[in-house]
Write a new protein. Structure first.
Lengths: 100, 662
């Protein structure tokens, strides 16, 4: 499984947990849980790249309040990961130049 | 008092208690555990199958297994006991209505489960038929399935209903709706409301029955007599056994010696056995043979035979081995005999001791039984306890029966709920699908109703306007005649016409008779200048009691005033009749109220006592007394004065008395 799909799976896991927690805490009822789950399952099939993923996250945040906190953390984590990757890439390039 | 509000209810201790109970119950309801669906979804998530978990919540994945479904149906639909091995309820008895319900519910539930599990691909006949049944009964499809003229099924009935059912069952939203109802109703944690109370009560009844069985039997006089006889027998037995005590005592006195002697003898026996042991059998056999020959000798008379036998005996007796061990053998035999005697004495001690002990114990036991029975009879404790338990058991059994009836009703309802899942979803789905059309038609109907209402309000306003206009014309024309002065024609009071109408009003038919006469027919009404529409407005209302009362009363007042203004006079009889009619009393009441107001005004302006002084000036009598004596002098104008409120309240209050014939 590539990095993107790993992230997507992690996202679906996290979203599922949020739905279940909200259901148990009675923040949402079973009908709402069904609607949200259906939305995630349908939209997940259309996500193929980071841009789709970002759109999906924004849509989720706009539509369902229960995800706001989770999505903030997820995006933040994603941003840090991206920055780290970029830094590592830059260092790698510098090292490459140095060795050449 | 301003600012102080009266409470809606008084909070008594009972009300407070009820409220507290309700609040506690409310909390209990709020603290519900997650449903089985949520639990299954959580389980899938914890197993790392987040998408399956979402699928369950979304209604795409069936969360319950065949076993789950059977389990919840058995728990809720069967009244049988649990199987000891599976700990699950047994199936309802065959051939009972309960079994029929259970079988049907199970078939439908499993058909729905298979449908959900296969993501809507497996549509069993059971499921399809349930949907078809609903469709064939639905008014929405009546025209499609039945010939509207004959009401018979159309030739392609089965194809059409089948096609509709197939279309419905293929819809993802239909499947999701089925999923929702199925997971809710087949929740494995679901238990009927009356199930637990019923089981608890049944256990209570069983416990009471066991308690009752454990109670000692009731004490009867026959039982006491029997026990008393048994006691007497035991006593006699004890007395009889007591005679053996001396024998026991004597045996016990030598028992120590016996024991010592026994020990010695047993030692001696061992020594003898060691010595003659190998020949013991030979010695015993020889002795037996000699004894047998001697017996034979006694019965033989033949001398030769006798001689032979004696010869045999001698031979045996003189056997060297026999002779060698004879003395030891004799000692052996006497030792054994003595041991047997001593042992029998020891045994006798044991037997006697036991016999005496048993007799004593039996007597004591019988005595205790007898005393216990006598005590219980005196206290009647058991009877009271039995009566209390029996009453409680009876009450609980009745409660149980009641609860059982409620539970059965609940089972029937639950089975219906399960069986109706496909039909309910079909109904919900179709209603939702056709919701927009229904809303449209509802709005159209609402608009039409509003339009109709506005129309009818407009008509009502117009009718009222015509009615008021007609009444106005009548009030101007009734009891009047037209007079032309300086080219202008105006209606003026006409004594003759007014009198004619007053005569009508004074009749027993009163206002209704008056209105009937005035609005006799179209021609009559038109003669008062009414248009066709106004005539209709009056004719429509002339039998309405409220109309007759209000309009008739106002017209009557007007006619009376016209009559008096035109110089008419009221006779004594007229006044009596006037006071007896409703409209007449109304005139008097109006006059009294008006004069009361005027009196208050005058008193305010001139000070109290002015009017009393005026009364006194009229000859030292009160106004009412004065009226009583002079009523005929003012008969013609009294009505007008009353109408105009010019007579003081002291008179008007007394008018009914003054006018009464008594």
């Amino acid at each position: 499984m590539d990095d993107f799909n790993v992230r997507l799976k992690r996202l679906v896991d996290g979203l599922t947990k949020v739905i279940l927690d909200s259901l148990i805490a009675e923040d949402i009822d079973q009908d709402e849980a069904a609607e949200i789950s259906r939305f995630i399952l349908v939209r997940k099939k259309t996500i193929t790249n980071d841009a789709d993923l970002n759109n999906f996250l924004n849509e989720l945040k706009d539509k369902y309040f229960i995800f706001s906190s989770f999505l903030d953390s997820f995006k933040k984590e994603q941003k840090i990961q991206n920055e780290d990757s970029q830094k590592i890439e830059a260092i790698k390039n510098q090292l490459l130049r140095f060795t050449q | 008092m301003a600012g102080v509000q009266t409470p809606d209810i008084l909070i008594t201790p009972d009300v407070a208690k009820d409220l507290a109970v309700k609040l506690v119950e409310l909390n209990q309801v709020q603290q519900q555990n997650p449903t089985s669906l949520v639990e299954k979804a959580v389980q899938a998530y914890q197993d790392g199958q987040a998408e399956k978990s979402l699928g369950m919540l979304a209604g795409d994945v069936c969360p319950y297994t065949e076993q789950d479904v059977n389990g919840v149906l058995l728990e809720n639909l069967s009244s049988q006991e649990c199987d000891k091995n599976t700990l699950q309820k047994q199936e309802p008895k065959a051939g009972t209505p309960e079994r029929t319900r259970y079988d049907k519910a199970q078939k439908v539930a499993q058909a729905v489960r298979e449908y959900l599990e296969s993501n809507g691909q497996t549509i069993s006949d059971v499921l399809r038929n349930e949907v078809i049944n609903y469709i064939s009964r639905s008014p929405l499809f009546r025209d499609l399935l039945f010939d509207s003229t004959t009401g018979k099924q159309i030739s392609s009935y089965s194809e059409t209903s089948e096609a509709i059912a197939r279309t419905l069952l293929r819809q993802p939203r239909f499947r999701q709706a089925i999923h929702r109802l199925f997971t809710e109703r087949l929740d494995s944690k679901k238990r009927l409301e009356h199930l637990e109370p019923y089981e608890a009560l049944r256990r209570e009844v069983e416990a009471l029955e066991i308690q009752l069985k454990k109670l000692p039997p009731d004490v009867t006089q026959a039982k006491i007599d029997q026990t008393k006889n048994d006691l007497e027998t035991a006593r006699q037995n004890l007395v009889a056994v007591s005679g053996l005590r001396s024998r026991l005592k004597s045996l016990e006195s030598i028992s120590q010696q016996d024991q010592r002697r026994l020990d010695e003898l047993q030692l001696s026996l061992v020594q003898l056995e060691t010595k003659i042991g190998p020949y013991l059998k030979f010695m015993e056999q020889t002795e037996q043979d000699i004894q047998a020959l001697r017996t034979q000798l006694l019965s033989t008379t033949d001398p030769q035979q006798k001689s032979d036998i004696e010869g045999k005996i001698e031979k045996l007796e003189k056997d060297p081995l026999y002779q060698q061990y004879l003395s030891d053998y004799e000692r052996y035999k006497s030792t054994v005999a003595e041991i047997t005697t001593i042992e029998s004495r020891i045994q006798e001690i044991q037997n006697l001791s036991q016999q005496i002990a048993e007799a004593e114990s039996d007597f004591q036991q019988k005595k205790q039984e007898y005393e216990e029975l006598v005590r219980r009879q005196a206290s009647s404790q058991t009877s009271q306890e039995r009566a209390r338990l029996e009453a409680e058991l009876e009450r609980k059994k009745l409660e149980l029966k009641d609860l059982e009836a409620q539970l059965t009703a609940e089972r029937i309802r639950y089975a219906s709920d399960v069986i109706a899942i496909p039909a309910e979803v079909a109904k919900e789905f179709l209603n939702e699908a056709l919701g927009e059309a229904a809303t449209h038609y509802k709005e159209e109907a609402k608009k039409a109703a509003e339009q109709q209402k506005a129309e009818s309000e407009k008509q009502e306003t117009e009718r009222k306007r015509l009615e008021e206009q007609a009444i106005e014309k009548l009030s101007r024309r009734l009891g009047r005649k037209e007079k032309t002065k300086r080219g202008e024609t105006i209606p003026v009071p006409d004594k003759k016409q007014a009198r004619r109408l007053l005569t009508l009003l004074f009749k027993p038919s009163g206002l209704q008779g008056f209105i009937n006469e005035v609005a006799k027919n179209k021609t009559t009404l038109k003669s008062y200048g009414l248009t066709d529409d106004e005539v209709k407005a009056i004719t429509d209302k002339k039998n309405d009691p409220e109309f007759v009362k209000t309009v008739g009363q106002n017209l009557a007042k007007k006619i009376l005033a016209d009559y008096l203004l035109a110089g008419g006079r009221l006779s004594r009889d007229d006044i009596f009749v006037l006071a007896d009619t409703e409209w007449g009393r109304s005139i008097i009441e109006d006059g009294r109220k008006l004069s009361e107001e005027q009196r208050k005004f005058l008193e305010k302006q001139l000070g109290k006592g002015v009017l009393t002084a005026l009364d006194e000036l009229k000859g030292g009598k009160t106004t009412s007394e004065w009226l009583k004596g002079n009523w005929w002098k003012i008969g013609g104008i009294i009505g007008l004065l009353i109408l105009l409120g010019l007579i003081g309240p002291s008179i008007t209050q007394l008018i009914p008395n003054a006018f009464s014939r008594g």
